[in-house]
Design a protein around this ligand. Structure first.
Ligand SMILES: Cc1ncc(COP(=O)(O)O)c(C=O)c1O
Length: 310
């Protein structure tokens, strides 16, 4: 995928066909590994290297993209894949091409395509149960849910974070964090978790008005991408195309420090950039009277660091 992007296949642009005879060396990646690791493929059935048989998209993919275009948006298609033939680090297409995939579905498939352990887990009665008996978890959690959380996600949770709220996707997870920050702030103002909502709050919330719907905000950084749902899109500042035509919250944005690398060679400039950014954030928090931030937005790395102290 990265190879395709490097070849000029940006979203919405016509794809420049790759030369059918071109071979894609993986030497750069291999040089970083030990010789023993370089000799051993991630998966025994991975090819020795990429296989490029046709221009990309080839004739089969071209026909399938046209067919898909009849009922699905295809202007953003980079490459049509054949996941049934993809293996480990290699992504296949319907024309028999096999490329080293360093894009990896926005880094969301780190264990590779057709991972045998996951395929085996997918066939277990527990997975069948989870897929076909999808519960409304808050109301009807399964008798196995506590044990699944404890032996699953909580085993890798950061220290001290021992409560779980599941979400479907990144945007969804970020919005849950935004809402938690708002609720925490209002709860403190109200006098703690035991303090009841006032009649005015209950009534005004149904009109989308304060105090039930308070004029609070999430502060995010320029250039960050945090998702495309309504709340997260208001904090996303990466490209206009994500935001155009969509109503947005009037929420503040600050400059993310543009640190230069190697860090130690630019220590003074980096420290100044970081301080300027912190000053800007503080200024926005102190002066933002109409919708003071209840939280800072997620960082550009996607980690949602809510700071519900403001
Ligand atoms: C940093 C970051 N935050 C949030 C999201 C949104 O995640 P999702 O597309 O799963 O809603 C993405 C998706 O690419 C992301 O890269």
């Amino acid at each position: 995928m990265a190879a395709l992007r490097a070849a000029g296949a940006g979203a919405g642009k016509a794809m420049r066909p790759l030369s059918p005879s071109r071979s894609f060396a993986t030497g750069g990646a291999l040089r970083m590994a030990s010789p023993a690791a370089a000799a051993a493929p991630f998966r025994p059935d991975e090819p020795a290297g990429p296989v490029v048989k046709t221009p990309i998209p080839g004739p089969v993919a071209t026909r399938l993209i046209e067919e898909l275009g009849e009922s699905f948006e295809t202007r953003s298609v980079n490459m049509m894949a054949d996941y049934s033939k993809s293996v480990g680090n290699y992504i296949a297409d319907p024309d028999g091409n096999l490329l080293l995939d360093v894009y990896a579905q926005i880094a969301s498939i780190p264990v590779g395509y057709n991972n045998a352990a996951l395929a085996e887990a997918a066939r277990t009665p527990e997975m069948v149960d989870a897929l076909i008996n999808r519960p409304a978890l808050g109301n009807f959690p399964s008798h196995t849910w506590a044990s699944l959380l404890r032996t699953g996600i909580l085993r890798v949770a950061p220290r001290g974070l021992d409560n779980v709220y599941t979400a479907m996707a990144g945007s969804d997870a970020n919005e849950i964090a935004y809402k938690a920050a708002f609720m925490y702030r209002r709860q403190r103002e109200r006098g703690g978790p035991e303090a009841d909502f006032s009649a005015e709050e209950l009534e005004s919330a149904m009109r989308n008005e304060a105090p039930g719907s308070p004029p609070l905000s999430i502060l995010s950084f320029r250039q960050g991408f945090h998702g495309r749902l309504f709340g997260t899109l208001s904090t996303t500042r990466s490209k206009p195309i994500h935001k155009l035509d969509i109503p947005a919250f009037d929420w503040p944005q600050a400059t993310f420090p543009q640190t230069r690398y190697p860090l130690d060679e630019h220590a003074a400039a980096n420290a100044a950039a970081e301080q300027a950014s912190l000053d800007e954030v503080e200024h926005l928090i102190r002066t933002r009277a109409s919708a003071p931030p209840a939280a800072s937005g997620p960082t550009t790395t996607g980690t949602c660091r809510t700071r519900p102290t403001w």
